[in-house]
Structures are given as C-alpha cells and as structure tokens.
Write a protein that binds this ligand. Structure first.
Ligand code: N01
Length: 549
C-alpha cells in the first residue's frame, strides 16, 4: 500500500523486534493490511526472548498448547509440541517455522539495534535511527521490543574484574558450554535462576547459589505430550482459545473457587494438593480467587508452599533458608520448577544467604560478601533479572511531540493509555506496554490482541481519511489512575522487591507496571474504546494527507 504522499517517508510502519510480537506484526500489517513495513532486531535471527534466553533449563511456564499463536488455524493444527511445557530450543524452532511460513524475514533487518525514535511534528513522521548509522522515516512505529529484554545492570561492583567466565541468563552464549568439574556461582533465584540452578546442579563440579530473597517456586508438572490430549486440543482449539481469552491470565482454566477462607482447612488443602500435583500456574490462578487480594487467604497458600519445600529439602537449615517469608505469595512473579529444591540435597550444591550477608563485590577470584568471606569460582552466572516493561522502551531514546523525551514523560513511572500508547507520542504503539495486562496475560494472546487492535485502528484511520492517532491527556491520566487503583486493591505493593512494581531496579519509580484487572476486563475496555470510535484518542490527518485530500 502507498499512503497518500510517500515522498517523505520510507515505510508506512517500522516494527521494532522480531520475537512473538514482531513476527505477527510484520505478517498482519504487511500481508493483511498491505502496508510497507520494515522491522529491526538486534539479534541475528527471529525469536526475541527465546533467542536470547538460552541458559540451561530455559523453558516456558505456560502450557505450549496455549503459549503459541492463535491467529492461523492451519498453523496451530500443523505444529506439534513434544512436551507439555517446551524448552527454549523448541520454542525458537517454532518461531523460525512461523517466520518461514509467513516469509517474515524478508522484512526484517537483523543485527540492527534501534538507537533513536524521534517524532517530527511538522512532517508528522517518526525518524528511526539504528546503530548502523542509518535512519528511516515512517508514519507508524510499532514496538515489539518486549517486556523482559533489557537485563538489569549488576548493583554490586567488580564484575569486569572477574578472571573466570561471566554469563548473563538474559544474553546467554549460543555455543554449548561445559560446566562439568567447574566451580559455578549463580546470583539470583527468580524464574531464570531457578531454572538454571536445577540444570547446572546436575553437571557443575560445585554450585554456589547466592540467594537474597527466597521464592515461592512450585512444580511445573512437565511431561511428554500425550497424543490423545493433543488430538482433543487440536479438535477444540477454537473453543480453547475463546476460553483462554475469557480468563484473567489467558488460560482455559475453570476451577477457581471464590475464597480460600470460605472453605474448611481440609477442603482448602485438597484444592492446594490437587493444583500442586497438576502443576503450572494452577495453584496461583486456579485455586482461590482471593489469594492475590487478601492477606489471610494468601497466608494459607504461603504456609502450604513452605511446608512442601521443607518436605523436599533434607537439611533443615537449608530448608529454612529456602522457605520464603515476609512477603505474600504471587507478589513476586511465581517461578515454576522441576527438581529445584532437590538440587540442594546434593553434596555439590551450597546455598548462601546474601540478605544477611550481602554481596560486597565480585573479585578476580569470585564473590566477596560484606563480612569478607570470599567464594572462589570458575564461572559466574548472573540471573539478576531485567529492567522490566519500561526498560526496553526507554532504551530506544524515544522523543515525541515538542522534543519531549519518553524518559521525561515517564520520570515518575509510566504514563500510558491502555498500556499501548502515550499522550504526546502519536502513532507509536507499544505492544504489551506498561499498564497493559502483558505478563499477566498469556503473552502470545496479549500480543495478538494488541496487534489486532492497532491494525484495526489503522484501518479505521484509513477509511476516514486520517492517519494520526494519539491518546488524549485526560484519557491517559484516567488510565494511569485506574491501573494504580487496581494495584492498590491487591497485595502487590507489599512486596519488598518485585519487577512488577519496578522496585528491583535501584532508583526506578515504584509504580505498578502491569494492568491487574485481568485480560477479560482489559479486552472489554478495548472493545468499548473501539465501539466509541476510539474513545480517549484524538484522530487527525497529517499535513500531507490533508493536502492530498
Ligand atoms: O529475574 P527476577 P528473572 N544481590 O527479577 C536477585 C520471566 N521468566 O530473570 O528478589 C543479590 O525474577 C533477585 O533478588 P531479590 C518471568 O516473568 C520467565 O529470574 O531482588 N541478588 C532475584 O532473586 C520472570 O519473573 C521464565 O532479592 C540479586 C533475582 O536476582 C522474569 O522473566 C523463565 C541482586 C532476579 O529475579 C524475570 O525473571 C525465566 C543483588 N544485588 C524468566 N540483584 C519462564 O519460565 C538481583 N538479585 C517462561
């Protein structure tokens, strides 16, 4: 497609990223809307998160049958997942398959990082610059840069001084690494650390885990794909996807009960045991609806998890250290595990409490703690997390109307409308952006919903001889207040460090980064906005389009 005047633009839309979001955005906008699109990715191939996070044990924690694209019936029928929760390599193979199938790569410049995104008020275009020194002008910019793609910078000194090997879970080398016989240290026990520790414990000569805050990890319940179940799923895929989109977290679970406090202790335990055995996020999201809202309800499940941890760890002192306390279950993103707690029963694995005795620095020989103890290591794995949700957007140096930087607009935390756009940043769409359900909604579905929404908006603009969409200041203000109110009604603000609240990064404003009303309420709001002819948005025509009219 050509816009009314193409003399001053290079592409209708520039897409940033070639992960789940970028791949679908290229297909949707190029193949369905007929736009001229160009995508960039800093990686050497497609995959996004699944390209970078190749650490041992990296695995999805939403069932693969659900954590996959729903937009093409044939695609979902033809792809075969070998396990219930597939490993990184298989998800990356899937994304490469999708990229091949829809011929996505011809629209992507790989090994190219976006370094600047600048709005030109007079011309009503974005200029996107890259680390190759090139710049491109486009009417629309779509960020598929991800939510957990900018690793946190270590907040202890000396990493560069370490004489051994340093690995970051979020940017893991592509070649096979051998840990056999080596002294390996892992800092961090979030989802990445827990998955990596479970695997590294099997081969490392000695593994030292540096734990600051123990986590409520629960069994993932992985297993090879059951052919009968797969056939049933494929026969009912449409209904499954519909049910997923009606569920808070985007999963077709239906067994949640209203309150953990409304049943007897025996009944409650039966539910917890059932969900624990069945694995995945069932304990978190399909047991009792008040777990994330009521401290007393939360205590019941937190006690249950602590009890199960103690059963699995032989040494009582280690078990006590691994048992989370002082913050509610689910207020840090719950990790899912396989044999994580059993790893600590090996003679070759030590747990070090770096809350009581914090990390002072990394030295050439290893990790030194505040009391002077030094743990000597050959390899150091940093599983220290990400500058979540806002980090990937801020890293691109986005400047909107009147030369105002996104960093300035968001100095006190993200300001968005629907977690998709920001006032003063016209035609810039942030797929699964801050204050959208994003990580609290099955990501492939969250991504599809956002891309379908923005594609529909572009069609609407086109049909009405318009080409600029931007949220009003009032709509943005209300959305920010709404997302903050929703968070206040939960236990999330009670967590001492959680990337959900931005407080895992020193100096980052403590603000909720996800929409906590659940996917169905969010989808209903988006439908309402569309039905109201993009209620809360200003829709206008660029000068070129107006002149051509
Ligand atoms: O990061 P995290 P992650 N000294 O922030 C510790 C997704 N994901 O990469 O809690 C000592 O959760 C920090 O300690 P504390 C998923 O959404 C999904 O593991 O701040 N420790 C914490 O233990 C997940 O939530 C999968 O006290 C320090 C850890 O590092 C998100 O990515 C797999 C420290 C960081 O944990 C992020 O997970 C993996 C310091 N100075 C990830 N600084 C799936 O299964 C930080 N830490 C799909």
């Amino acid at each position: 497609m050509a816009t009314a005047s193409t003399s001053h633009i290079d592409h209708d839309a520039i897409i940033i990223g070639a992960g789940f979001a970028g791949i679908y955005a290229v297909h949707k906008l190029r193949d369905e809307l007929g736009l001229d699109v160009l995508a960039f990715d800093a990686a050497g191939g497609v995959g996004g998160t699944w390209y970078w996070n190749r650490y041992p044990g990296a695995r999805v924690d939403i069932e693969s049958v659900h954590y996959s694209y729903s937009f093409d019936e044939q695609l979902q029928q033809e792809w075969h997942w070998t396990e219930k929760f597939c490993g990184q390599a298989e998800i990356l193979a899937y994304l490469n398959h999708v990229a091949d199938r829809f011929d996505v790569r011809r629209s992507v410049r790989f090994n190219t990082r976006v370094t600047g995104v600048t709005w030109d008020d007079a011309e009503t275009v974005w200029t996107v610059t890259t680390d190759r020194g090139e710049s491109y002008r486009s009417r629309y910019v779509i960020s598929g840069a991800g939510t957990l793609s900018v690793p946190k910078q270590p907040d202890f000194p000396g990493v560069d001084d370490f004489a051994g090997e340093v690995y970051l879970t979020g940017n893991w080398p592509h070649e096979d690494l051998a840990f056999a016989g080596k002294r390996v240290g892992v800092i961090g026990v979030g989802s990445s650390g827990i998955q990596a520790i479970s695997e590294l414990a099997k081969t490392a000569g000695h593994l030292t885990v540096f734990q600051r805050t123990p986590n409520y990890a629960t069994p993932i319940g992985n297993a090879p794909t059951d052919p009968g179940e797969q056939a049933r799923n494929k026969a009912n895929y449409r209904a499954i996807r519909d049910a997923s989109r009606r569920h808070f977290l985007g999963l077709p679970y239906t067994e949640v009960q209203p309150s953990a406090l409304a049943v007897s202790p025996e009944e409650r335990r039966k539910v917890f045991e059932d969900r624990w055995e069945r694995g995945g996020f069932r304990l978190f999201i399909d047991s009792f609806a008040d777990i994330l809202f009521d401290k007393a309800a939360n205590d019941t499940v937190a006690d249950y998890i602590r009890e199960r941890i103690r059963e699995r760890v032989t040494d009582p002192a280690t078990a006590a250290l691994l048992a989370p306390k002082g913050y509610p279950y689910g207020t840090k993103r719950p990790p899912l595990e396989t044999d994580y707690y059993e790893a600590y029963n090996r003679d070759t694995v030590d747990l070090v409490d770096v809350k009581a005795n914090r990390i002072d620095r990394v030295t050439p020989r290893g990790v030194r703690l505040a009391d002077g103890t030094e743990h000597e290591l050959d390899c150091l794995v940093l599983a220290t997390g990400f500058d979540a949700c806002t980090g990937p957007l801020l890293a691109m140096n986005i400047t909107g109307r009147n030369g105002r930087a996104l960093a300035e607009h968001w100095a006190d935390g993200p300001q968005t409308y629907l977690g998709l756009m920001a006032a003063g940043f016209p035609n810039l769409f942030m797929i699964t952006g801050p204050q959208s359900p994003s990580v609290l909604y099955n990501m492939p579905l969250a991504i599809e919903d956002h891309i379908d929404f923005l594609a529909e908006a572009i069609i609407y603009l086109r049909e009405n001889d318009l080409d600029v969409i931007e949220p009003t200041v009032g709509a943005e203000r209300e959305w920010v207040a709404h997302t903050n109110e929703l968070a206040q009604a939960t236990l999330l603000p009670d967590s001492p460090t959680s990337w959900y609240m931005g407080n895992n990064i020193p100096g980052k404003p403590r603000r909720v980064l996800v929409y906590l009303g659940g996917a169905p309420a969010y989808r209903a709001k988006c439908d309402e906005v569309v039905a109201g002819n993009y209620d809360g948005f200003d829709l206008t025509a660029s000068r070129t389009l107006a002149a051509a009219a």
